[in-house]
Design a protein around this ligand. Structure first.
Ligand code: NAD
Ligand code: ZN
Length: 699
């Protein structure tokens, strides 16, 4: 390849990766590879400037804006950061700073580099008025409604008199009337795990990593969906005109005082040695944090010095990111075991010779599915590389072929379910093999119970932690419906010792005793009785229909209102329910056609579970809105959402759950959801404001 071809090739590839990363929240290569290729391109462009393309990724911030959200222009450009993976380059950075500042003394502030999405928030008179993505650095997407779902982000901060109760003697005790704060929006690791557990539970593909999950979530159209994923944000920058601080340090302290979520992990460092110490200190400590981090950001502290050093087209010259290489270790793959989930999906788990990685002993790693095993070409007894990135469970990233010996044995992916010996099947277009023996396969049955008793379903959690297993083992329950036949006599005195599940039979010899005394039995029976009061939507979720998670259950319950309506719903009607696509519709349709499932449903009905949504009873005011359908979006000056819904119902109108041809009016509030507005425009649904709605009521 000629240098020009190389430049073209790298430019195209990197632009493609950027597109996937920023628009689709997908990493096609790891960050280290991406950064190395980018560096290669920069080097080639330096040697052959004549071949540099105008669309080169070396000169621009990688993201763009999208059509789905209104565009906003940033008051101050949102740039990227130069990055390095080596201490030598960090020293070069320090030399450039020293030179640039002509011998003035300077200090750094070090912060963790949080791995999420850059966000910019504008406050006017103490009120959050706008939240935006970085976009291409000049323009971003207005995602105010989504950003408002971040609970730690103040929607309003105290200004002036009394304020937040901090000292009034400081000149910065009151924030300016107009300012912008920037930070990193992220999905806490625990939340990421929770979402994935839920997705696994209903058979949805798992989210790849917390950063991409955060990025995808911030781009969702429906803020109610966004609110369900508890995003968070750490603030690390304050901007105003004129400036109110002299140093970055001051801004961090003041932001904290004003109620912003500033991570306490930052530190002022007198020189580059202190910076190195900070870097070394956090190299493993960062894994104890509740969120993913991928490095350290080093910033010159004084604002006047920052200005003096200035910017390149893409990043400030006064700051740099030091990125940690993913923590890797090599060890032996001892064996692979296969876990069967609730939906029958079989997941291979690698059992490793224990190895120390990022401060913890790693014995297990995720292998995802059969494709992954094939892609890695990994064999039993191979020496493998294990990495810990933004996820909690480490993963195998490669095989050290130089260490392969005759002892290496191919991994024979089982043809039959490891738990019940039913031949496994693979569904079209899916990476997992499944055990189709839904009803008889022990781990599937157990998981079905665990699904049924969870808080968001029937909330019988006093049966958790192995107690269910005991009931199943004793033959007391086969299906969750059997729970409703249990009596005191069945349960009292049950006892069994179990080997610790986590360690598995090949590891710890620990034993746990499950024992049912009178108090336990009372708790269980009371919780079973109380579960009969769980709302219909919980019952629907508890059924465990594939792909029907909480949100889908809500949509179905909203739309059909009762089990009977749903039981007999034709496929096309199901597919028309807002947010229920053909795949979910098909799954639900088939589920309700299965005679055994119908019998199960009937047993639950007989047990007295809630089979219809409780419609809130509102006193009828008039029938002015009779025969008309409504949907609203945004926030309103004179109504809360509940009040609006009540007014509609009380005056004979009907609330729909999504924009469709059946919708007569979309009521538009402040910050409406762009997708609803778009769809209403396409379908020619009339849009009315709050005042028009009030007028319709005759008020
Ligand atoms: N794997 C891929 O396919 C792929 C594709 C594109 C980009 N990337 C990765 O993304 C990087 C480029 O992204 P980028 O331009 O956002 O640069 P960056 O993520 O390396 O650095 C800039 C960003 O760091 C974030 N940040 C976190 N903590 C911060 C703090 N304390 N102070 C200031 N900023 C902080 C901000 O969001 C800021 O926008 C690449 O270097 C690569 O690692 C990967
Ligand atoms: Zn099975």
């Amino acid at each position: 390849m000629t240098p020009q071809d190389q430049i073209n090739d790298l430019t195209d590839r990197l632009n493609y990766y950027n597109h996937q990363y920023y628009q689709n929240s997908v990493s096609e290569v790891d960050d280290f590879t991406f950064d190395r290729l980018l560096q290669q391109l920069a080097e080639l462009e330096r040697q052959y400037p004549e071949f540099r393309r105008p669309d080169t990724p070396t000169q621009r911030v990688g993201g763009t804006i999208s059509k789905e959200f209104p565009t906003v222009y940033h008051r101050f450009p949102m740039l990227s950061l130069g990055n390095t993976y080596s201490e030598a380059e960090l020293t070069e950075f320090d030399n450039r700073v020293r030179k640039g500042l002509n011998g003035q003394p300077y200090e750094y502030v070090c912060e963790l580099k949080f791995d999420g999405v850059a966000l910019s928030m504008t406050y006017e008179n103490g009120v959050l008025v706008q939240g935006a993505t970085r976009g291409d650095g000049v323009r971003g997407d207005d995602i105010t409604n989504n950003i408002r779902t971040i609970r730690t982000l103040p929607l309003r901060i105290g200004r002036g008199a009394g304020g937040q109760g901090h000292g009034t003697d400081s000149p910065n005790s009151v924030p300016p009337a107009l300012f912008e704060v920037r930070g990193e929006g992220f999905l806490p690791l625990a939340e990421f795990e929770r979402i994935n557990k839920e997705r696994e539970d209903i058979g949805e593909p798992l989210l790849a990593n917390p950063r991409n999950a955060a990025s995808g979530t911030f781009k969702q159209q429906d803020s109610a969906m966004v609110a369900k994923r508890r995003l968070d944000c750490y603030l690390y920058s304050f901007l105003s005109e004129p400036e109110v601080f002299q140093t970055h340090e001051e801004s961090l302290i003041a932001m904290k005082q004003w109620g912003f979520n500033v991570s306490p992990s930052w530190r002022k460092c007198a020189d580059i040695q202190a910076v190195m110490a900070y870097i070394n200190e956090w190299e493993t400590k960062r894994f104890d944090l509740p969120l993913g981090t991928d490095g350290i950001v080093i910033k010159v502290n004084r604002y006047d010095q920052q200005r003096e050093l200035g910017y390149t087209a893409k990043s400030p010259r006064w700051a740099i990111a030091f990125k940690y290489k993913a923590m890797a270790a090599s060890t032996t793959l001892n064996s692979v075991s296969y876990q069967v989930g609730r939906t029958g999906a079989v997941t291979p788990v690698a059992h490793l010779k224990p190895v120390l990685l990022a401060g913890t002993v790693v014995k297990r790693a995720s292998l995802h599915n059969a494709n992954e095993i094939q892609r890695l070409g990994v064999m039993i007894n191979d020496t493998v590389f294990v990495e810990k990135g933004g996820e909690i469970i480490p993963k195998i990233t490669g095989v050290d072929l130089s260490k392969r010996t005759e002892a290496s044995q191919p991994i024979n992916y089982p043809a039959e379910c490891p738990a019940c010996n039913t031949p496994l099947i693979r569904k079209e277009g899916e990476a997992h093999f499944y055990c189709p023996n839904e009803k008889g396969c022990p781990p599937q049955r157990q998981a079905r119970f665990e699904h049924f008793i969870q808080r968001r379903a029937m909330n019988i959690e006093s049966l958790g932690e192995g107690k269910i297993q005991l009931l199943i083992d004793r033959g007391l329950v086969q299906s969750p419906a059997d729970l409703y036949d249990l009596t005191n006599a069945n349960l009292l005195g049950l006892e069994k010792a179990y080997p610790e599940r986590e360690g598995g039979p090949d590891e710890t010899g620990k034993v746990r005793v499950v024992k049912f005394g009178q108090k336990t039995v009372d708790n269980i029976l009371n919780a079973i009785e109380a579960s009969k009061g769980q709302p219909f939507v919980n019952v629907l979720f508890a059924l465990g229909i594939r792909y029907v998670g909480n949100t889908t259950a809500e949509r179905l319950a909203d739309y059909f209102g009762s089990m009977d309506e749903l039981l007999n719903a034709p496929l096309d009607v199901l597919a028309n329910v807002p947010d229920v696509g053909p795949r979910i519709a098909q799954s639900a349709f088939e589920w309700f056609r299965d005679p055994e499932n119908r019998e199960y449903v009937e047993r639950l009905r007989a047990a007295g579970l809630q089979f219809a949504s409780e419609r809130k009873v509102v006193a009828q005011e008039s029938d002015t809105l009779a025969g008309k359908t409504f949907l609203y979006t945004g926030t309103f000056a004179n109504f809360t959402r509940e009040e609006l819904e009540e007014r509609i119902a009380a005056n004979g109108g009907k609330l729909l759950s999504g924009v469709s041809k059946k919708l007569n009016y979309l009521i538009i509030g402040e910050n409406p959801g762009p997708s609803k507005v778009d769809k209403a425009q396409k379908l020619n649904v009339p849009m009315i404001g709050e005042d028009e709605f009030t007028a319709m009521l005759g008020g």
